[in-house]
Design a protein around this ligand. Structure first.
Ligand code: PLP
Length: 402
């Protein structure tokens, strides 16, 4: 697609920007780490849903297939040449016909299950199709969300049940340590990474003891992928948000604020001088409703005004309506200070500071805001502008919906 390079001030707002150099740096960092541990990555493309970002990840090396969160993503990435795809959300009977269609077209698609009831229901549906479905059992290694307890009897009985079916083949196990999003210290992240890996290997051993081999042993989240120091027995690591990073990852110490490769560009609509507010045309539709830093020591509201450029990390989107964002100055603590919970409030903005916020952000100024959760923000858009040195050099499409 032809794109005429455009200064970011001239882009229609709100829109979503990707800093290409930062993205490539983030991608290279995890590829190198996982490569050093003699393992491979299965990137989760739900973060960006973009073929161009996926190609950049593959170019960096150590990649084995992709992870998707919707069958629409599976369709899209298969059409663009990705063959080895893990659909990492528990399967349901009403999706089996779609999965069968992809398999019959030649897609090496693996699905995920974590309970016997659903397995019986999907096996009935599988019998209607002339193909074999590769199935992975999801493990719960941290009590975070879904999955089978690695110590449970259910693990063995589900695996046997899969292998006893003519329509399904047991492929292995996977887990996602979502609780790593509550690990603020290096030690906590390392412990969570070890727990994710070791409980998964425990499940593999128990299956092996009853004669069931795991081809795939898949673990991962961005915080644990960076914290893990040994991956013997693990066949792949999944991670998604690391390509862009975000304020949640910065808050956990997985990256610096300067590493965040995604931002939302808004334009200053007006000033509420008595309240100390600058209003932008980027509200929660542009940022998403995700308030991932709400329980962090530093709460950034709906986003942090990018400190790159003339101003410091002093302004946040402290409140948002659908198409309005309220930008206020962070009072008291600096955004980097995690020593105490800081809750921003426009009411804390002093009269002197109000002058500077209005000088920093005059009417019609373009304003870049870093997101709490890059996956949630990216999902608000069907395209991104790719930025190099302050100029949008390309436009990349993304695939939303189900
Ligand atoms: C099953 C699964 N695997 C991997 C990931 C990637 O996690 P992260 O974005 O922390 O890298 C997710 C994210 O939600 C997930 O649900």
């Amino acid at each position: 697609m032809h794109f005429t390079p455009t200064n970011i001030e001239d882009l229609p707002t709100p829109c979503c920007l990707i800093d290409k150099a930062k993205m490539q740096r983030n991608i290279a960092r995890l590829s190198a780490h996982i490569g050093n541990l003699q393992c491979t990555l299965r990137p989760h493309v739900k973060t960006h849903k973009s073929i161009e970002v996926t190609k950049a990840i593959i170019d960096a090396g150590n990649v084995k297939g992709i992870t998707v969160s919707t069958l629409k993503e599976a369709d899209y990435f298969f059409k663009h040449g990705m063959n080895d795809i893990l659909y990492a959300v528990g399967i349901t009977p009403n999706k089996i016909a779609h999965v069968a269609q992809l398999i019959q077209q030649g897609c090496d698609l693996t699905i995920v299950i974590d309970n016997e009831d659903m397995l019986s229901l999907v096996l009935d549906k599988m019998a209607e199709h002339n193909c074999v479905f590769k199935v992975i059992i999801e493990l719960d290694t941290d009590g975070h969300r879904s999955g089978v307890n690695p110590h449970s009897h259910a693990l063995l009985s589900i695996a046997k049940h899969i292998n006893n079916s003519a329509h399904a083949k047991f492929e292995g196990v996977m887990t996602h340590a979502g609780e790593s999003y509550a690990c603020f210290t290096e030690k906590a992240k390392q412990n969570m990474a070890a727990q994710e890996r070791d409980l998964t290997l425990h499940a593999v051993k128990r299956l092996f003891e009853v004669g069931i081999h795991c081809n795939t042993v898949s673990i991962g989240s961005t915080p644990t992928a960076f914290a893990v120091d040994q991956l013997d027995g693990i066949t792949e690591v999944r991670a998604g948000v690391y390509v862009f990073f975000d304020l949640v990852m910065a808050g956990l110490g997985v990256c610096d604020i300067d590493d965040i490769a995604m931002s939302v560009l808004g334009t200053v609509i007006g000033h509420q001088k008595d309240k100390g507010w600058v209003i932008t045309d980027a509200g929660w539709m542009a940022m998403s409703r995700d308030r991932g830093t709400a329980d962090h020591p530093q709460d950034y509201g709906y986003g942090l005004v990018s400190p790159s450029g003339s101003h410091e990390a002093r302004y946040i989107m402290s409140d948002a309506n659908q198409e309005h964002g309220i930008i206020t100055e962070v009072s008291n603590a600096s955004p980097e200070s995690h020593s105490e919970k800081h809750i921003d409030s426009s009411l804390n903005s002093s009269a002197e500071n109000n002058d500077s916020i209005f000088t920093q952000f005059p009417a019609a100024k373009a304003i870049e805001i870093l997101p709490n959760h890059a996956c949630a923000t990216a999902a608000q858009y069907d395209h991104y502008y790719v930025v190099e040195n302050g100029v949008a050099i390309d436009k990349w499409l993304s695939i939303g919906g189900w």
